[in-house]
Design a protein around this ligand. Structure first.
Ligand SMILES: NC(=O)c1ccc[n+]([C@@H]2O[C@H](COP(=O)([O-])OP(=O)(O)OC[C@H]3O[C@@H](n4cnc5c(N)ncnc54)[C@H](OP(=O)(O)O)[C@@H]3O)[C@@H](O)[C@H]2O)c1
Length: 341
């Protein structure tokens, strides 16, 4: 990995979260890997490491923590709640986002999705684990085709009215971006709370959302907070064409990682990334994150990291300035879905 000249001693800035009234960190911190077991049976991030990472993020001025009720079977939320308490942090100073969708009990179809029962019960369980009175942003983790948009939207509105949830978000939903518009039209007609934040996968090599999804977000004034901004670590310089993984990784212990990321086409993108990284005196990871923060329509990427060194390296991306030409060169390294139309 190329050495970085970028100052790591920074204080993250705040950005407006779409059309909501709140401002939040320009780089969010993701906790998917807290307590997560890989296929090889390794825990990606244990409790002690989770606290170190949260400390490092907060020390850099980070104030937006992303979790979900299924991360680490609830441990991610539990550890965030414990950390806030143990460190004596003022919960009010943090924006905490969580998500609901995936089935949590075998043989119980109602423990999945966004039906009224699931949403109400699971919001209460999230509040318990986080030991807080409210969730800043509640996402639907995926769209639930078994529940009508009306039932979901009305229930979500009730949760906002009750004060348990402040804002609503929708995660992924590619290629179903139109469903968010449909739900928001119902909300507008009924005077209910609309979705105001989106969380799609987006990075230099995963470009599916370019086109209708980003256009929809712009049209609706929605915040866009990309997940897996480093392609699960692919865009960090530790994989090579010849040798595959050259450093250490837990994320790569997934059967789909190699097939999804270690492709000739993606290594070609990485070559361009390496060139630009050298030009700006940054690491590939920092440059890949900076590309996202420079993209029109992107609000704030959700940074993931397994170690505090990785996290500090990634957070320093906030200080990187790319020229328009560099952004364009990186953008053109891989075509989005509409390039050939
Ligand atoms: N809504 C959804 O469906 C959804 C889905 C996925 C993620 N998310 C959210 O997005 C967050 C980020 O996703 P992600 O973890 O996939 O992000 P990512 O940044 O693409 O990948 C993070 C992984 O890459 C490696 N890495 C990161 N920085 C590195 C560095 N500087 N040098 C070397 N390796 C580095 C680490 O894994 P190794 O060291 O093990 O290689 C790390 O765990 C999640 O925590 C979660 O909050 C949401």
């Amino acid at each position: 990995m190329a050495a970085s000249d970028v100052d790591r001693d920074l204080d993250l800035d705040f950005v407006q979260l779409g059309s909501t009234g709140i401002q939040t960190s320009e780089l969010q911190f993701g906790t998917w890997r807290f307590g997560r077991e890989t296929e090889a049976g390794n825990v990606e991030i244990d409790e002690e490491r989770a606290y170190e990472l949260l400390d490092a993020y907060a020390d850099a001025g980070g104030r937006y923590i992303d979790t979900a009720d299924v991360y680490g079977d609830g441990d991610s939320e539990r550890w965030i709640g414990n950390w806030l308490d143990e460190r004596g942090h003022d919960r009010e100073r943090f924006t905490i986002a969580s998500k609901i969708f995936w089935q949590i009990r075998d043989g119980d179809p109602n423990s999945r999705g966004t039906n009224r029962k699931t949403l109400r019960n699971r919001v209460d369980a999230i509040l318990d684990r986080l030991d807080t009175d409210y969730i800043d942003v509640l996402y639907i983790h995926r769209w639930d085709d078994r529940t009508s948009a009306r039932e979901m939207t009305k229930t979500l509105n009730g949760l906002v009215e009750s004060g348990k949830v402040h804002y609503l978000g929708a995660s992924t939903l590619r290629p179903n971006a139109w469903k968010v518009t449909k739900a928001n039209q119902i909300a507008e007609r009924e005077g209910w709370e609309p979705f105001s934040v989106l969380q799609p996968r987006y990075n230099l090599v995963d470009r599916e959302i370019e086109g209708d999804y980003l256009e929809m977000a712009r049209e609706e004034g929605l915040a866009v907070c990309p997940w897996s901004p480093l392609g699960q670590g692919f865009l960090t310089g530790k994989y090579s064409r010849e040798e595959g993984l050259t450093g250490e990784s837990r994320a790569a212990e997934s059967s789909r990682f190699e097939e999804s990321y270690l492709t000739e086409e993606n290594f070609d993108v990485h070559d361009v990334l390496d060139d630009v990284a050298d030009e700006v005196g940054a690491t590939p990871a920092q440059t890949a994150l900076a590309w996202l923060t420079h993209r029109d329509g992107v609000t704030a990427p959700i940074v993931g990291a397994r170690t505090t060194d990785q996290l500090e390296e990634n957070l320093a991306a906030a200080a990187i300035d790319l020229s328009n030409e560099q952004v364009e060169r990186l953008t053109e390294a891989k075509a989005g879905p509409y390039a050939d139309l």
